[in-house]
Design a protein around this ligand. Sequence first.
Ligand SMILES: [Zn+2]
Length: 149
Amino acid sequence: MIQDKHGTLYWLIAVGSATSWHLRGVRVLTELADERTYLGVPPVSWTTGPGSHWRVPLGPGHYLTDAHRLREALAEADRAEYGLMPEGRQLCYRCQLPTDEPIPVDVEARTNGVGQIIYACPTHAPLYPTGQHLRTLTSAPATEHEGRR
Ligand SMILES: [Zn+2]
């Protein structure tokens, strides 16, 4: 597993082992045959940051990440961080474009006490002015559901 200087993590997995993954903030690179990605691979001895380094060191028999287990771990993290995936596409509060990776950034208070969740695309989620709300949002979808009964 490589971490670059921006903090982005890269897992190396077997070709074709990550089909139809749908996780927010996760990209399957070179998923398409005509897609190109350049990844700077640090020397094996670089195991600490802040520059690009091997977060999980490379070694004999320790090269590719198990895609199945990785997907389970990432899906778990997605649920813990962002809560349930809403049905269908959501509009980003900022660019107003539908996004397949809706990240909840805030709950807009309504007069009836039921919050309307505000979503952002992965690009604009970090730019939301009150990003510290993120972690308190995981129970929001359930609350919204109960309010509709
Ligand atoms: Zn956006």
